[in-house]
Design a protein around this ligand. Sequence first.
Ligand SMILES: [Zn+2]
Length: 550
Amino acid sequence: MRTLFAVLALSAVVGCDQAPVVEAPAPDPAGPAENAIQEAALVQHLQALSSDQMEGRAPATPGGQRAADYIADQLKAIGVEPAGENGTYFQQVPIVESVVNRAFTLSVPGRSYRYLEDVVAFSGTEQARAHVQGEVVFVGHGIVAPEQKWNDYAGANVRGKWVLIMVNDPPATAEEPQLFAGKALTYYGRWTYKFEEAARQGAAGAILIHTDESATYPWQVVQSSWSGTQYSLPPAEGVPTLAVKAWMTNEAASDLVRRGGQNLDRLRAVAPTRGFKPVTLQVRAAATLQQRTSRKTSPNVIGVVRGTNDEQGVVFTSHYDHFGMRDPQPGEAADADRIFNGAVDNASGVAGLLLIAQSMAGADGRPGRSMYFVFTTAEESGLLGAEYFAQHPVIPMDRVAANINVDGINYLGPTRDIVLLGADRSTLGPLAETLAQERGRVIGEDQYPERGYFFRSDHFPLAKAGVPALSISSPREFIGPDAEELRKKQDAYNATHYHQPSDEYDPTWSFAGAVEDLKFLAQLAWRIAAQDEMPRYNEGDQFANARAAS
Ligand SMILES: [Zn+2]
């Protein structure tokens, strides 16, 4: 409509004496069909996906497959093309399940550390038996960060050896308040990074030192998380792996260091200083790990709405998996609720993403870059579906302009703020800022930067590959007289129902706020897709160099 009006206006100008004024072309009216994003449709998808029939949507279970089929059927119905393997909507993700035998041993001359009490361990390989024997090198925080001019492995050769590593990142100092992003946790502080870097350095085994305050949770959490079945992707070709990855209590690690002729507290005191050098302990450690492994597969579900520029894309992600069902507990009532319905986490995000996909398929005109919708599996087992997608993308990662991740949507009511984790890291931030202003909204702040939520959902494997990413997170500025009450309700829900069987659909929920957020994300993606320039990470950001290096 606006284009037609501009033509009429121009011809009117031509009719008079003055030289014609050539106006800039009117803005393209094309855009996502935001009207497709309605609360009723959202609730319908959410109820279907979180129903007991889906049995908690665990990967490689009938319930998980039912959820994947539901998503594929919906994509087909709304006219989103398949973009998985062999003309289907599915990309099969291989998942390795492993259980470590409790006979695991880790010992040094004079002491054998007890499995579970002192140490837990797992392997980066699929071998039935892994053995590591060698020197132990204390490498401080175990970080190699060129942009921070920091290298904890400087001058050390750890090939085939053990490395002993502190968790978290070095604290900021008075001289450098922005060192490792100050109070916020960077990816260098995450345990996953520590193991990846140790493997890159050629170590055979790595031991992380657990302290309650550095991990922000007690040793019991480490014990229970690592003693059951572990899930991983098969090692990617050419990517180094560790034969043994271990966590140790502070007491056991102190003992190990003492037997190596050093004092752990003293080593830890010098580790946060630039120029710290790795310390080889005068002790050799030996570990033997036996494990039972098996492989399963579970699909990512992928659809695409082709843009006028099909060479490049914008990728949406949202995980459909959840924890499945838990085993009956002794003495429990037969009808006890054992199904992890995962209504908020993440039937809600999948429902939302289906509607965004519908708004793209029904758009007035085509998007610039193509729009990909990736419904991932095995997020709860360690972002495996997204990691696999990043390793085996259906469009090369360096042609992905941006990733927008939806893991949980707002079920409480309208808000002024929309919280987009990662907005401060890339040129996507200013773009979102402009859109927020137009819509009378604000980009809210990450409430818990020290918890590192940016590293804990499906956008993260794409961010690591250099793709500028955003992930929508919980808002705080509810609108209206109930604002305070809604905030309390939000906190209570997180405390009581997060990752519990009671995360179930509640008919009192309101998605009026979520509908606005989803429209916002659809429009944001449309603009990202239309921009001439590819978005990029800010200079100095941890992920800025991934693309240049690839
Ligand atoms: Zn989730």
